[in-house]
Design a protein around this ligand. Sequence first.
Ligand code: CMP
Length: 139
Amino acid sequence: ALERTFSIIKPDATARNLTGKINAMIEAAGLRIVAQKRVRLSKAAAEGFYAVHSERPFFNDLVSFMISGPVVVQVLEGENAIAKYREVMGATNPENAAEGTIRKTFAESIEANSVHGSDAPETAAQEIHYFFSDLEIVG
Ligand code: CMP
């Protein structure tokens, strides 16, 4: 089915000027970037976005990392976009990511892992609307 998923290009990747290279990998996989903006997350915005992880031991470090520099938030559209983008990203821990994936190619660590992507349709819709109104998404 035609789906939309939510993506973040994280501060480790924007710091190394990798937005274009990551976007090229997204587009090469057949996903369309139908919304995109570069933002600096506030602490409250990062905490809210990652609220599901608030009890995890890595939560405070994750929030600090996500506000350490600009991020690029995106909506990606395509056939099976949620699963397809997870394939393009590779495993959360770059040590476990397959060759040719974004995280294998660019990620520095499990925390500085260059990109985020939604894990299911419900979280995709929720994450998209955390950052974008429907008027900002142009399919
Ligand atoms: P992301 O897909 O953005 O979702 C939560 C993030 O927490 C994850 O990618 C990682 O960057 C980060 N993280 C840091 N440590 C861990 C860990 N031990 N397990 C899972 N995620 C972690």
